[in-house]
Structures are given as structure tokens and as C-alpha cells.
Write a protein of this length. Structure first.
Length: 132
């Protein structure tokens, strides 16, 4: 191996993390290193440990709409319950529900995107195409 080149065995655990553990911690589906994300919810171009190309996977925007609807319904229900039971001032709702909503959507989106990508890798899924 040449100096400076990535070590394909680096970070390769003896047991691959479970699907949920890998999604929760943003682990590479091949080597298990925590290199899946380059930003809050943006995938890195590739794994810095094993060089798996993350750009070849197509997770899409499906998790975003699904999570936003579910979290929006939950937060709305909780906000109505809080208002009906305690009658707090409006600013309490703003200070409470805006950060909870943003954090829940970003955290849920991160986990769901990772979950779909890891499942796609493990099942060797891909876009359908015509065979020649």
C-alpha cells in the first residue's frame, strides 16, 4: 500500500452494525465507520475509510414528506393538548414547538435517509433498467 492512500481495512468491524444502529449513528454500510454524512442531512461524497461511493445511491426525497407529515401531526396534537390543559401564553408555544419541530424533522430525516441508503446497499438494490 502506498503512503497516503486509504486503507480499505481501516474501520472494518468484525461484526457489521445492525441496520438501526448504522442508521442512527451514520455508519458506512460497508465498513461501519461514522462517515455517512458530510452535513446535517447531506451525504458525504464517499466514505473516507473504505472509499464507498455514496453518490451512486438514490434515496430521494421520500423520507422528507413522510416525516414532515407525521411529525407535524404529532406536534400539532401535543400543542393542542398543552394549550387545552395548561393555557400557556403564545410565546411559550413558539419557544417550545419550533425547536422541537425543527430538531425532530432534521433528526428523523437523517436517520431515515441513512436507513434507506443502508438498506439499499445491503439488498444490492438499484434503479431498474433495460437489459441489452
Amino acid at each position: 500500500m502506498q503512503p497516503g492512500s486509504p486503507d480499505p481495512e481501516k474501520g472494518r468491524p468484525s461484526l457489521a452494525p445492525s441496520l438501526w444502529e448504522a442508521a442512527l449513528f451514520g455508519c458506512c454500510p460497508r465498513c461501519g465507520e461514522r462517515t455517512l454524512f458530510g452535513g446535517v442531512v447531506k451525504f458525504a461524497p464517499c466514505c473516507s475509510a473504505c472509499q464507498l461511493d455514496y453518490e451512486r445511491f438514490n434515496v430521494g426525497d421520500g423520507p422528507a414528506a413522510f416525516l414532515t407529515l407525521i411529525i407535524g401531526a404529532l406536534v400539532t396534537g401535543l400543542a393542542i393538548w398543552l394549550d387545552a390543559s395548561l393555557r400557556p401564553p403564545f410565546w411559550v408555544h413558539i419557544l417550545l414547538w419550533v425547536p422541537i419541530t425543527i430538531g425532530s424533522v432534521l433528526g428523523g430525516l437523517r436517520v431515515s435517509k441513512a436507513l434507506l441508503m443502508i438498506a439499499e446497499y445491503r439488498n444490492k438494490a438499484g434503479e431498474a433498467g433495460l437489459r441489452k
